[in-house]
Write a protein that binds this ligand. Structure first.
Ligand code: URA
Length: 247
């Protein structure tokens, strides 16, 4: 993480205030004065700010490409869960997944200890776009069905009516031998929403992968499933922009 962000996240001032201190030579990292605000630091570095060692109470942001067959949970006695992909040195950082992917959905999952960002990313208020790549069994999507998805509709699969917000359906490959491939962009996050939308139109999702969230993209391919990495500055900026937060 950049030195200026770590100091600002630690409550030592705004980003510009801490930058000012850094350029004036008031900050040292592991015994050496650092005047570059973009200098990369990690939580294990010893940072002295204005003569005092600081407690790096940082907010942390990671991306997990969740494999199929993994629970979106931080603990489970029987099944593999996302906690199994988090390195042991981060176990005390109170990280948790933002929202939930089904056990049999792979793809992009944000893992953070920033409660406010997590809340906003899941809130329908910010309409954060999430793109899913779905393999499905059933008839081709008709123009009429795609228009219904685009305008929003009511679903009644739980014995009561639930409104589904407008979403965008793009057919990638029409159904061949009964199987098709489509992208669905949602702006809310109801439980099992993609599978339920497909089921409403008599199509069964047989494989599901989340490949984009708020502008962050991962590969369509499942080869990188299991990758756990920090978000880049640009990616974090996309999440903050999408949720009206400032860094
Ligand atoms: N919609 C689903 O049906 N499943 C997911 O995992 C995510 C969205």
């Amino acid at each position: 993480m950049r030195l200026d962000r770590l100091l600002a996240n630690s409550g030592l001032g705004t980003r510009s205030q801490v930058r000012d201190k850094i350029t004036k030579g008031s900050v040292s990292v592991n015994g050496t004065v650092v005047t570059d605000a973009a200098y990369h630091v990690s939580e294990s570095d010893s940072i002295i700010y204005g003569g005092q060692e600081i407690n790096c109470q940082t907010k942390l942001y990671y991306l997990l490409d969740k494999p199929d067959g993994v629970l979106t949970a931080m603990e489970d006695k029987r099944l593999p869960c996302v906690a199994d992909f988090i390195p042991s040195e981060l176990k005390s950082k109170k990280l948790s997944p933002v929202g939930r992917l089904d056990f049999h959905t792979s793809g992009l999952l944000i893992i953070t200890n920033d409660g406010e960002l997590s809340h906003r990313l899941q809130s329908p208020r910010y309409e954060v776009p999430k793109v899913y790549l779905a393999t499905y069994r059933g008839q081709d999507w008709t123009e009429d069905e795609i228009r219904t998805v685009a305008s929003g509709f009511a679903i009644r699969d739980k014995g009561y009516s639930e409104q589904i917000a407008p979403a965008e359906l793009n057919v990638i490959e029409p159904a061949k031998a009964g199987y098709g491939l489509a992208l669905l962009t949602l702006h809310e996050g109801k439980t099992h929403e993609v599978r339920r939308i497909f089921a409403h139109f008599i199509k069964e999702v047989t494989a599901l992968r989340r490949i984009r969230l708020a502008g962050i993209k991962i590969s369509d391919d499942t080869n990188e499933c299991g990758t756990f990495r920090p978000l880049s500055e640009d990616e974090l900026g996309m999440l903050f922009d999408a949720t009206g937060m400032s860094k």
